[in-house]
Design a binder for this molecule. Structure first.
Ligand code: SAM
Length: 349
């Protein structure tokens, strides 16, 4: 049998169940770390299938915990799997898995938010960005307080082709709180359309695969969970720096229910607000009376391009943040008050 056939037909030998492992190593879920485990291997197999064909693939799993999803990934016939786990209590159980899958499982005890994935795999895994995605996947069932900042960080990495995207259009299969999963994939005019929808969809094809009821986890979280698959686009739909796109999208969604020009106004200082908003809307050729949720990605592209054009002629606009101006005014008011009070209460001569 050839080496590649051997790789593809790999199955883990009989092992203690995840439940037994949790008891064996006393792996109580830590509430502060929002740990909710998946013990049903049919369900973890289903999550792994959303990633596509993993035969001979290179995979990074984030937050393996007691290793349910890890087993399903190994059984999918991967070439190698790097798991990044922050909680040291899970390392002995993961070592047991690593012994059962010789040469396939590398364990990193660390934080995924700082892990250098660009150094985690050999360079020959890479594929040029415009070609098919590399056979490299990120898969994970992370706590919700980590998965949202992490996807924002990875979207920025995607835009800059850094981190996991130094290898090309690395695909991701991740879990989110159901509402966040819906926002990530929400189409124009849908109730869940938000800043996150635009930021994800201008860079990726986003697929909300299925929902896992909260009761499938141990302990049961308050919410249901959505599995989302991301494939970075060969051509991002907006070709401007990530931070610039983020600034425009954030401001537009500041007044979700109002006409979109209201948020756009906040991109400009008081003195030139009306004039520059008009100029930006005209240049972008976007109807100012559309609501933020009604704007398509091409609308956002036109708006970001128009804003970039205005910033090119007036670079000080780039650093203008309405929120900061408000904070400054608030601070000035506050620092003035004690002096006023002092004047009011100081007895006269
Ligand atoms: N994947 C396992 C499963 O499905 O049963 C565990 C899921 S549990 C929701 C999340 C796991 O991510 C925990 O093992 C937790 O310790 C780990 N984790 C949390 N924050 C992390 C971080 N910043 N970096 C790496 N792992 C993290």
């Amino acid at each position: 049998m050839s080496a590649s056939r051997k790789l593809a037909s790999f199955r883990l030998p009989p092992l203690p169940t995840i439940g037994e492992l949790i008891k064996l190593y006393n792996l109580r879920a830590e509430k502060q770390l929002s740990q909710n485990f998946l013990l049903d291997l049919k369900l973890t197999d289903k999550i792994v299938r959303q990633a596509g064909n993993l035969k001979n693939a290179h995979v990074c799993e984030v937050g393996p915990g007691p290793g349910g999803l890890t087993r399903s990934i190994l059984n999918a016939g991967v070439a190698d799997l790097v798991v990044v786990e922050k909680d040291s209590r899970f390392i002995p159980g993961l070592k047991l898995l690593s012994d059962a899958a010789p040469g396939k499982l590398r364990i990193v005890h660390g934080d995924i938010l700082t892990y250098r994935m660009d150094r985690g795999f050999a360079k020959d895994v890479s594929r040029p960005w415009e070609e098919d995605p590399p056979n490299l996947h990120i898969i994970g069932n992370l706590p919700f307080n980590v998965s949202t900042p992490l996807i924002i960080k990875w979207l920025e990495d995607m835009s800059n082709r850094t981190g996991p995207f130094t290898f090309g259009r690395t695909r991701l299969t991740l879990t989110f709180q159901k509402e966040v999963a819906e926002r990530l994939s929400a189409s124009t005019s849908s109730r869940q359309r938000s800043r996150l929808s635009v930021m994800a969809q201008y860079l990726c094809q986003v697929h909300n695969c299925f929902t896992i009821p909260g009761r499938a986890f141990v302990p049961k979280p308050e919410v249901d969970v959505g599995v989302v698959h991301f494939t970075p686009l060969a051509q991002p739909q907006i070709q401007q720096p990530f931070k610039l796109v983020e600034k425009v999208v954030r401001n537009v969604f500041q007044f979700r229910r109002k006409y979109c020009y209201r948020g756009i106004e906040m991109l400009f200082p008081d003195a030139c607000r009306i004039e520059l908003t008009q100029e930006m809307m005209q240049r972008a050729d976007v109807d100012p009376s559309l609501r933020p949720t009604e704007l398509t990605i091409p609308h956002f592209k036109a708006l970001v391009d128009a804003y970039a054009h205005l910033c090119a002629s007036e670079p000080s606009l780039l650093s203008y943040e309405h929120r900061e101006e408000l904070q400054l005014r608030h601070h000035q008011k506050k620092t003035k008050r004690p002096a006023d009070t002092l004047m009011d209460t100081t007895p006269g001569p």
